[in-house]
Ligand binder design. Sequence first.
Ligand SMILES: [Zn+2]
Length: 323
Amino acid sequence: MMFDQIIGNGNTVRTLQNAASGGPLNHAYLLHGTKGTGKRMLARIFAQAILCRGENRPCKTCSACLKVEKGVHPDLVMVQKPEGKANILVDQVRSLREQVYIRPNESGYRVVIIEESESMNLSAANALLKVLEEPPGYVVFILTANNISALPETIASRCLCLEMQEVSLYQAEKWLFSHYPDGEAAILEDALSYGNGNLGRSIAYMEEETCRQGFDRALTVARSLTTEREYDILEALSPFDGDKDGFLQLLTDLDAMMAQVAIAGTGSTNLRQAAALSQKIRPMQAVHIHELTDEIRSKILYNGNGTLMQNLFCARLKTIMER
Ligand SMILES: [Zn+2]
């Protein structure tokens, strides 16, 4: 991938592109924004551009670029959550600290990418802080975070913070149709609807069966609202009984769908599912459902009882639809 393949987010992309092609290079960057907005991809392109020995960085052809691509460049250090773990652990940060003090082997820089940096536990974050405070001059840190508020302020304040945002539906549509030229139009349309401007979510829809199931389930719940019978809503929600994670995912998926329904209600969509739902769900009702999904999601995350929340959700949906 190259810088110009990142959709939208012009200021962020230009800042990194200039920094990698001779502009002032900071010692630490923090790319933050919702999951699926392309932070991980941009972090890799930026790292490759810093290490590149060619022109028009990243040139994709020099030996440094090829090594980054293969994941074997000795001056690129990657830190990620270990598989199946919820946190980046202090041992990982200690090991990266050791590597940081070794001078670069092949390029003028040693680049460290820390993905989902907000998942560092407290001791890992403290260990990182020590090296962030006085890093060797040849080190560039690139942190990514889905949720910047979960990252200690002491870390964020030592980085140049750049936000990655979701893109317009128009940009997402153009990107999707050009990257999946053989994709069926109806499926691409649902992927667009599922992502609602979040390209990562749209790509996941194209690649992962579970996302398509999520879309179908959200659609079933949305359709149950249009009958205004409480029983139908309860039945549509029944697959999530005792499945807190599944229910949280439904809230996210239904939320994205309601954003489309609200737009469709003002007559400016070509997404057929949203257009059909907007015949029965008015824009204001879609907005109220959006607020409700937010509220229920935070209640569950603050240790709410999943089953109780599900019943509350059902009752409140019915009230919204009766207005
Ligand atoms: Zn290169």
